[in-house]
Design a protein around this ligand. Structure first.
Ligand code: B12
Length: 475
């Protein structure tokens, strides 16, 4: 039996969110670490998780805890990889002898980048089996790890990258995330997504059929694998009954990609009377009336669509594989069925012109969904856009992510990427204008006022308005 410590590095709200969002943003559990812990425990190992976002434990304290463990694992998004590197440094200069293993989307895209910065092992892609085999090999004092797929590590004369790890199938082999190791009372969904707290998070599948150029798909790929209907239903009820969820946020890249699966899950939730609201994310081309009605009848009150742009040229250039007319008809169908919508829109996409940014705002207003997020485009490691931006010289600093913590992309003080022909000032002005024009137009204000039915509604509306005002105040 090995003792394994799994860590999200400590990050303060100031580093993650812009001014106004701090009080209204979500704090979502690190489900990836939860699954790995559950998988290791299923095989007899002992685990502890430190979630440094929910509870930013000082680095020195993490070091004191880590001395008692055989293996330390750290998760890494590109946005906070700088803190991961600082943590590794602190562990290595402290009294911690355990090998440090890093996993997550950043190292899956750029595995060497953490090995040259102090990590002992990097797990590429889906982590459960690779971590289990590594922990067990380390316990046997092995020095040859070449048979463990999905791994990269240092040797005397360079790096070894082992063969690709095959996806876990069926997915039910992975138990539910070890939520008992997580500070569940700290988690919440954003006020935009959930009107009731606690709102707890869930994932029912891995992989997305989309091939969008801005999205990092390296971890789970384009083939979707799902947990079984029984398992999914069990997890919904566990969130309600064990953790008191009054709302459930389903974070799958594309919850609705299989009609039979969705309809079956929904029928079960309805029949077994889940009785809490829940929300999903979906691709525009993966819904139809039958799916939407099943969702609504099972208590799904919110669906988030990646719409991205009001310019067909831009939609095509980012490989979104949807048309504006498809978007119009799905939005109208969803409205007709009676599910509230959020549209995710992006601005500042490579080659985008000012006129195309205006088209996005006009399109958002035409669609008139309940919530619109306007995110400034960011080239993320592991995406086609990242490679393209590096080649084109428009994002000339491959060291960017190693030198700073990047806050959320919804209200950044500075854009990370500016399309040719635009200045930073112009892009930020158009971005601010989009939020102001979308949310402070008379029809939206009337709709929001008409929707106020309780004190809780008033509090959420006021918090939303303060978030918007706070975010743009001193830009
Ligand atoms: C839920 C979610 C969020 C939540 C927060 C999640 C969290 N707790 O950190 C919210 C909504 C707040 C969020 C925000 C953002 N997110 Co987000 N988010 C997701 C989403 C949809 C699911 C994450 C998840 O739980 N996955 C399920 C688990 C099973 O996967 P996993 O975490 O990758 O873990 C597996 C492997 O990576 C590996 N692994 C991971 N860690 C470790 C550690 C060890 C030791 C080992 C061995 C293995 C291992 O094994 C795990 C199990 O197989 C993913 C997309 C996705 N499908 O994963 C995007 C994703 C993680 N987000 C992303 C981004 C860019 C952001 C934002 C920057 C976007 C923004 N608009 O501002 C912010 C920044 C957040 C931050 N904290 O810095 C990117 C990250 C890309 C990158 N290069 O880093 C992703 C991958 C989306 C994408 N496809 O591009 N996000």
């Amino acid at each position: 039996m090995s003792r394994v410590l799994l860590i999200v590095p400590p990050l303060q709200p100031d580093e993650l969110y812009s001014r106004g969002s701090k009080s209204s943003a979500s704090i979502i559990p690190p489900l990836g670490l939860g699954y790995i812990a559950a998988y290791l425990m299923k095989h007899g190992h002992e685990c502890r998780i430190i979630d440094g976002i929910a509870t930013p434990v000082p680095m020195e304290e993490i070091c004191e805890i880590a001395v008692a463990y055989d293996v330390v694992g750290v998760t890494a998004l590109s946005t906070y990889v700088k803190r991961v590197i600082e943590l590794i440094h602190t562990l290595k200069t402290g009294a911690v002898e355990a090998p440090v293993v890093v996993g997550g989307p950043h190292v899956t895209a750029l595995p060497e980048s953490l090995l040259i910065r102090g990590a002992d092992f990097v797990v590429i892609g889906e982590g459960e089996d690779t971590m289990l085999e590594l922990v067990e090999a380390l316990a046997k004092n092995t020095s040859d790890f070449s048979a463990i797929r999905g791994l990269m590590y240092r040797t005397g004369n360079g790096f070894v990258k082992t063969d690709r790890r095959l996806p876990i199938d069926p997915l039910d082999q992975v138990p539910m995330p070890a939520r008992e190791l997580l500070p569940m009372s700290k988690y919440c969904s954003s006020i935009a997504r959930a009107s009731e707290q606690p709102s707890h998070s869930l994932m029912v599948s891995r992989g997305c059929p989309g091939v969008c150029t801005f999205c990092n798909k390296r971890t789970f790929g384009v083939k979707t694998r799902r947990f079984s209907v029984d398992r999914v239903v069990e997890e919904f009820f566990a969130l309600r009954d064990i953790y008191g969820a009054k709302d459930i946020a389903v974070w799958d890249d594309n919850f609705t990609s299989d009609e039979n699966f969705v309809v079956e899950v929904c029928q079960r939730l309805r029949k077994e009377d889940l009785g809490v609201s829940w929300s999903v994310e979906a691709r525009i081309d993966c819904v139809n009336r039958k799916i939407l009605e099943a969702l609504r009848n099972a208590g799904c009150t919110y669906i988030a669509y990646g719409i991205e742009s009001g310019s067909q040229r831009i939609l095509d250039s980012i490989n979104k594989r949807i048309t504006k007319s498809q978007i119009r008809s799905v939005v109208s169908l969803t409205r007709d069925v009676g599910i509230a919508m959020r549209g995710y829109f992006m601005m500042g996409i490579p080659t985008e012109t000012k006129d195309e940014i205006r088209q996005t705002l006009d399109f958002a207003i035409e669609l008139d969904v309940e919530l619109a997020s306007f995110t400034l485009f960011v080239p993320l490691p592991g995406t086609t856009e990242y490679q393209r931006a590096l080649r084109s010289g428009t994002f000339p600093d491959p060291e960017y992510y190693f030198n700073r913590i990047v806050p959320e992309f919804n209200f950044p003080d500075r854009p990370l990427y500016i399309p040719e022909g635009m200045t930073e000032k112009q892009l930020l002005k158009m971005h601010r204008h989009a939020y102001n024009r979308y949310y402070f137009r008379p029809s939206m204000l009337i709709r929001k006022l008409a929707g106020l039915r309780s004190f809780a509604d008033i509090r959420i509306a006021a918090q939303g308005a303060l978030t918007l005002i706070g975010n743009f105040k001193s830009r």
